[in-house]
Structures are given as structure tokens and as C-alpha cells.
Write a protein that binds this ligand. Structure first.
Ligand code: GUN
Length: 291
């Protein structure tokens, strides 16, 4: 069993970007600028946004963190996005999800200028991705493709089972893995909450992408010997023995599944850092398009 080390792969990507940014600065060109909006005080969202801002600092990107109150009126958030849309210095805009219940994700996503949609959630970005056109690919699936590429994982002709059909991970993942590209060219099955006998599908998989958000859902009896396991889950579960009061659990029962795999992503340190690296690549690309 070998580890798909997301920390190592993301560091390599960030190091490359750091060099590119230094070059832009030396040429007096515009530096990539990411604007992140965080609404409310969700602990996990705080951590993710802080990690995104930290990665910008590390690489030499400019970043702006906009914090808004939990009870902010939707129209105020939409106005803020419009302001960022028309700010020529801002290359990428992200609004951290989930949003409070009184705010429509759809309205928010649709308000972001597709040219600054570094999360790749806007219908224009999604449509372009489905057609295989150049676009911003959502950061988590893009990060997973970069991870497979980094470790030179052969995917062509393999049966990939994606467990989960969210717009953020499962659905785009299924599209990317089936594309006529490398990595890609998989035969893809999408399983979800209404799938009967998920275990039977998983047992046939050469690659499993577990993105359903249920801690330790994938157990050893669901996994074929030699399979490649990508664990997208990252759920906080109570653990009083830790200072934070919680520990992170993936969607895969790691200790039991790992010995059966050829490759597996750890949690943390697998997909998470790759999501950030992919977001940084999207932000760089957006800036390049303006430079
Ligand atoms: N919440 C969980 N994943 C993501 C992501 O990739 N982008 C944003 N904006 N919010 C998220």
C-alpha cells in the first residue's frame, strides 16, 4: 500500500506557483488576488478559509478576507459580490459554503462573474467543464485529478466508483474521470443515497472516490484487493482527549481499508491540501487571463 500524499503534491504545486508569481512581480505584472467571503462563524469554514488565505500568503498572492455577519441580508452579500466583480484588481472570488439557511447558494453562485469564478460553481463554468472546454474546475475534483497526475496513477480503462453526487465533488468528479484525457478515460459509476447495494458497486471498483460525508462509511468488505482509494470526507467528530475537542474522520475506515489498497489518501493530508493547491492554480489562471 502506498500513500497518495496530498501535502507533498500540493507543496510541489505551490512551489511552482511561487516561482511563477516571483516572475510576474519581477516583470512588474499584476499579482494574483483572491477575495474570500466568509459568512457567519462555522468552525470548519473558518479553518478552510484561513488555510486558503495562508496558501495565498505562502505563494505570494494577494488575498482579501471579507467576513460578514451570520444574519446579513442576502442582498447585501450579493452587492458585495457585485462590487468584487467590478474591481479590476480582484482575480478570483469565492464564497465559502455552506451559507446560512436564509441565503440562496444558487443566487450567490450565479452572481459571481464567471471570469472570476475560481470555485468553478457557476453554471457557465459547469457547462464549459461538461463540454471539455477551458474553464475553472471545482477545486476538490481538480485537486484529486492533480493528485492522480502527480503520482502518475494509471486511470485509463479503470472502473471508478464515485460515492456521492454533490455539485462540489461527486458530480464534477464523475465527469472529469470519464473525460478523454490523462488522468481520465475511466468507466464511471455514480452511487448515491438511493443506490441499492452500494457495496456491490464498490467491490467492482478499481478506483473509489468516497465523497458522501459519512465518517468511515467505506469498510474493508466493500473494497477490492489493490483498489485505489480517494477519501474526500473530513467530518469533525467529538474527541475529548484532544485539545480541539474533535478529530477528523474520513469517509473511509482507514485502518481496515488501507492494507487492501494499492494507493490511499490519508485524512487529513490527502485531498484537503490538494483542494487548496487547485484553488491557487485557478486563481493564477484567472490572473494570467488578464495579464
Ligand atoms: N465548502 C466546501 N468545499 C468548498 C469549496 O470548494 N469552495 C467553497 N466556496 N466552499 C466549500
Amino acid at each position: 500500500m502506498q500513500i497518495l500524499d496530498g501535502k507533498k503534491a500540493s507543496q510541489a504545486i505551490k512551489d511552482e506557483l511561487k516561482i511563477e508569481v516571483a516572475q510576474l512581480a519581477a516583470e512588474g505584472k499584476k499579482i494574483p488576488h483572491l477575495a474570500a467571503i466568509l459568512v457567519g462563524n462555522n468552525g470548519a469554514s473558518e479553518t478552510y478559509v484561513a488555510a486558503k488565505v495562508k496558501a495565498c500568503d505562502e505563494i505570494g498572492f494577494k488575498s482579501t478576507l471579507i467576513r460578514l455577519e451570520e444574519d446579513i441580508a442576502e442582498v447585501k452579500l450579493l452587492n458585495k459580490i457585485s462590487e468584487l466583480n467590478s474591481d479590476p484588481d480582484v482575480d478570483g472570488i469565492l464564497v465559502q459554503l455552506p451559507l446560512p439557511k436564509h441565503i440562496s447558494d444558487e443566487e450567490v453562485i450565479n452572481t459571481i462573474d464567471p471570469d472570476k469564478d475560481v470555485d468553478g460553481f457557476h453554471p457557465v463554468s459547469v457547462g464549459r467543464m461538461v463540454q471539455g472546454l477551458p474553464t475553472f474546475i471545482p477545486a476538490t475534483p481538480y485537486g484529486i485529478m492533480l493528485l492522480l497526475e502527480h503520482f502518475k496513477i494509471e486511470t485509463a480503462g479503470k472502473h471508478a466508483v464515485v460515492v456521492g453526487r454533490s455539485n462540489i465533488v461527486g458530480r464534477p468528479m464523475s465527469i472529469l474521470l470519464s473525460e478523454n484525457k490523462n488522468p481520465g478515460n475511466c468507466t464511471v459509476t455514480v452511487c448515491h443515497s438511493k443506490t441499492k447495494n452500494i457495496k456491490d458497486f464498490c467491490k467492482q471498483a478499481d478506483i473509489i472516490v468516497a465523497a458522501l460525508g459519512k465518517p468511515e462509511f467505506i469498510t474493508a468488505d466493500m473494497v477490492k484487493e489493490g483498489a485505489i482509494i480517494i477519501d474526500v470526507g473530513i467530518t469533525r467528530t467529538a474527541d475529548t482527549s484532544r485539545k480541539t475537542g474533535f478529530r477528523l474522520k474520513g469517509d473511509v475506515l482507514y485502518d481496515e481499508v488501507a492494507p487492501k489498497c494499492s494507493w490511499i489518501t490519508p485524512v487529513p493530508g490527502g485531498v484537503g491540501p490538494m483542494t487548496i493547491a487547485a484553488l491557487m492554480k485557478n486563481t493564477y489562471k484567472s490572473c494570467q487571463q488578464k495579464n
